[in-house]
Design a protein around this ligand. Structure first.
Ligand code: ZN
Ligand code: ZN
Length: 409
């Protein structure tokens, strides 16, 4: 079977997250987005784990609430502020893991994404001992990520680098950028939302499609390891230009700079503040190939823009969190089933018959890849714009990126 999975979110027990991040709300929005399975996030936190335990037990590592499944995972911050993602086979493994790291953490019970004073190598050793999957989260972001502080997997994970089976690309990168780096070719790419709110603009803004025999931890693990016929078949994400660290830019006034210009200015903006190196420049610095070279196993990557964002632009709302946008989104998904279907599969005429012309036209522009993306940088998200007659520019995407129907995968 084919499943859609978003494998990195945060609960309300992490800092800077929405109070609405509970199992009920997640299980309400996920199916409307078209998502079958979520990673729980924050599973080291006792309060969040209590909530997970109240779900129906499918097996040791898989839980279900009103049709949406959850697998056990957390993000944590290790030495040098590098973020790692971990996936656990069972609740007892979480307990064993906590025993091994608790003397190295001061906020294990107070922050859903705890700080652990250990190196990547030390953590990977414990993960390996306990049969936990581990890999770098949003690997290219200029803060709190592997390539922000290290130049290779081996620098980060030492003798355990062979144990790493996946890398999370993060919102500002995609397969076409990441496959310029040779050491990543053997890894599975994960594309996850890292959302802090269950709002449909956030949850599953990136997700993975896997071929598995069941929507369970064991089957997803096999898909990440690409064994027994299980595998990722598609990565889906926002255009990387929309990510808030895509280009090098000032983190105060958000002026964008080319890599050469930033280097010439010694990473100091004309306003006096620091320029933060963008993911695009970091990857190009790190890359062996000028153009991406994809390994045989690499699935297609397609770019999606959340439907709420498309509606926002179509009807001239300030942001995707207004009641009007929510109402329009709910009308559409309750009529057609899921957001993924609306964006990619449902016949355009059907959509045009059902919704406001401006919304239908905006969905059409998205499908025709005519939505303009102004790149983000310095911590500011990129902005999307609908094409006007005098200004039609296509989003520049990777060479293999055809906006094919998701039903093909
Ligand atoms: Zn993180
Ligand atoms: Zn500035």
């Amino acid at each position: 079977m084919i499943i859609n999975a978003d494998l990195h979110i945060h609960s309300r027990f992490s800092s800077a997250t929405s109070e609405k991040m509970n199992i009920q709300n997640l299980a309400l929005v996920a199916p409307l987005k078209g998502i079958d399975i979520l990673a729980t996030g924050d599973c080291l936190h006792s309060g969040w784990l209590q909530e997970i335990k109240r779900c129906k037990n499918i097996d040791e590592g898989t839980f279900e609430f009103e049709g949406t499944r959850f697998i056990l995972n957390t993000e944590l911050e290790a030495q040098k502020r590098v973020h790692h993602l971990l996936y656990f086979p069972s609740i007892s493994t979480i307990e064993d893991f906590k025993e091994r790291i608790k003397h190295k953490s001061k906020n294990l019970e107070t922050d859903g994404r705890p700080n652990i004073d250990m190196s990547g190598e030390e953590l990977a050793q414990i993960a390996k001992d306990l049969d936990i999957l581990i890999g770098p989260a949003h690997a290219f972001t200029p803060y709190t990520a592997m390539y922000a502080y290290f130049n290779s997997l081996t620098e980060c994970y030492g003798s355990l680098s062979e144990y790493i089976s996946f890398v999370e690309l993060g919102l500002s990168a995609d397969t076409y950028f990441a496959d310029k780096i040779k050491e990543l070719h053997r890894l599975t790419f994960l594309t996850n939302s890292d959302c802090h709110s269950p709002h449909p603009a956030r949850i599953a803004r990136e997700f993975n499609r896997f071929q598995v025999n069941d929507a369970t931890y064991v089957e997803i693990k096999k898909a990440i390891l690409r064994i027994k016929g299980n595998k990722p078949v598609l990565n889906v994400g926002i255009p990387p230009q929309e990510g808030k660290y895509h280009e090098s830019a000032c983190r105060s006034c958000y002026t964008h700079y080319t890599l050469e210009e930033a280097q010439r200015r010694r990473w100091k903006c004309s306003c006096g503040k620091r320029i933060k190196k963008g993911v695009k420049d970091r990857i190009n610095e790190q890359s062996e190939f000028a153009e991406p070279e994809h390994p045989e196993h690499r699935p297609l990557y397609i770019h999606l823009i959340p439907l709420t964002e498309i509606i926002t632009k179509a009807i001239g709302q300030a942001n995707p969190f207004t009641q009007t946008v929510n109402r329009r989104w709910s009308e559409l998904v309750s009529h057609f089933g899921t957001e993924i279907k609306i964006l990619l599969e449902i016949d355009y005429d059907e959509i045009a018959k059902f919704t406001a012309p401006a919304i239908a036209e905006a969905i059409h522009a998205f499908r025709e890849r005519k939505i303009i993306v102004h790149p983000g940088g310095g911590g500011q998200y990129g902005k999307i714009e609908l094409p006007s007659d005098d200004k039609i520019i296509e989003i520049k995407m990777g060479p293999n990126d055809t906006q094919t129907s998701l039903t093909d995968y």
